[in-house]
Design a protein around this ligand. Sequence first.
Ligand code: ZN
Length: 220
Amino acid sequence: MERKALVVLSGGQDSTTCLFWSIKKYKAENVYAVGFDYGQRHRKELLCAEKICKNAGVGFEVIKTPIINELSANALTREDIQVDKQKPEDSTPNTLVEGRNLLFLSYAAIFAKTHNITDLVTGVCETDFSGYPDCRDIFIKSLNVTLNLAMDYNFVIHTPLMWLDKADTWALADSLGVLDIIKNETLTCYNGIIGDGCGECPSCFLRRRGYEEFLKRKGN
Ligand code: ZN
């Protein structure tokens, strides 16, 4: 039986690149994606994810997890909290939602097992580690063991971006032939502007810096 994969998809650059990585590895008919509606400011990102999946021929479902917003006050979910322009020196950025990847991957695993899917794909990355502890490789490995024990199932969590920097992620999108889709149809910006974004927020800064580095390495 062919393996199937479930991609945790936010509609941003990283997870969308993972979607296309998965399509190449498993073929579109064996790939599914889930997005999470947790009261984030920019639910538009879920619309981006939906559209990208539709065009790619991949099934997409939104899982509602409003509890995350109820428990966690932070700049990603609360209109009244401004996104820090710079990461505070001695703490994590105020866009951190504690335990978000733990919850997302656990919900995704439940969904996956229900649909006979073993492989989970997530765009977490340790290289651009902004102090989010549940983006670390050691956490993913630990969670993989925990999920297998929790559900008596052989999940395999794939993290294609774990050791890539932002320029490498652009290069991966380029090698998958989806550079334009990633550049124009994904939403990474904290201010909700699709594609190149507002150019001001920390997310746009990282995205643009990575893109420029990618072009430089490519020799343009
Ligand atoms: Zn922005």
